[in-house]
Design a protein around this ligand. Structure first.
Ligand SMILES: Nc1nc2c(c(=O)[nH]1)N[C@H]1C(S)=C(S)[C@@H](COP(=O)(O)O)O[C@H]1N2
Ligand SMILES: [Mo]
Length: 198
């Protein structure tokens, strides 16, 4: 069983006795939510860029990205619209692995994640580098579907799912916080589901 697999990083929510944050209900299916249309990505043209407050910016193509060491993370999804989906097995590249690819300048305090079409999501570096945060390529042992962010999406298990940007093209280190797509449209800047930061 995947849940017994020792190599799986278990997001802290999955170890709680009560796994359902206030105002949420369980869904067995996997709803699809995003602004605009589903993005169709040509993997041969896809790139992942690490920019901003780093000594040298770095760009990877998909082949280089997928050659990085991979991790598995078990997480619960909490969407701000009220549904939660438990026991999701993600596979991909940990933000802690990505961290080793660049020298981050000391002024850097935030990560702004970028996705196709100008979508962004902002995170403090402490939230971004939690050990259960990853750039996922698989969900429950299958490659992501286009609707769920193929080829690469961010997964931030401890925050509402709007932070988990789909169709990611990289991220930027900044010294100042910059509210992302949903954060600048009325959603909370951080989004802790246990505090109902909606
Ligand atoms: N690029 C992009 N990523 C996005 C969004 C978006 O509009 N664009 N919406 C977010 C929101 S609000 C949610 S709830 C989740 C939904 O992910 P899912 O469709 O895989 O369930 O994606 C997040 N990632
Ligand atoms: Mo959402």
């Amino acid at each position: 069983m995947l849940i017994e697999d020792e190599k799986v990083i278990k997001s802290p929510d999955t170890l709680r006795e009560n796994r359902l944050p206030p105002g949420q209900e369980i869904r067995e299916n996997f709803p699809i939510l995003h602004h605009g249309r589903t993005r169709k990505i040509d993997i041969s043209k896809w790139t992942f860029t690490i920019s901003g407050l780093v000594e040298e910016e770095k760009m990877l193509n998909f082949e280089e990205f997928i050659s990085l060491p991979q991790v598995k993370v078990l997480s619960d999804i909490h969407c701000v619209t009220g549904w939660s989906k438990l026991d999701n097995l993600w596979e991909g590249v940990s933000t802690s692995t990505i961290k080793e690819l660049v020298n981050i300048l000391p002024e850097a305090k935030f990560a702004i994640v970028h996705a196709v079409g100008g979508f962004t999501a902002n995170l403090t570096l402490s939230d971004f580098f939690e050990p259960d945060v990853l750039f996922a390529v698989k969900h429950n042992n299958k490659p992501l579907t286009p609707e769920h962010g193929y080829p690469v999406r961010l997964v931030v298990p401890r925050l509402y799912f709007w932070k988990s940007a789909k169709w990611v093209t990289g991220f930027e280190f900044t010294d100042k916080d910059r509210p992302g797509f949903w954060e600048s449209r009325g959603y909370h800047n951080r989004g802790d589901p246990w505090k109902e930061e909606r």
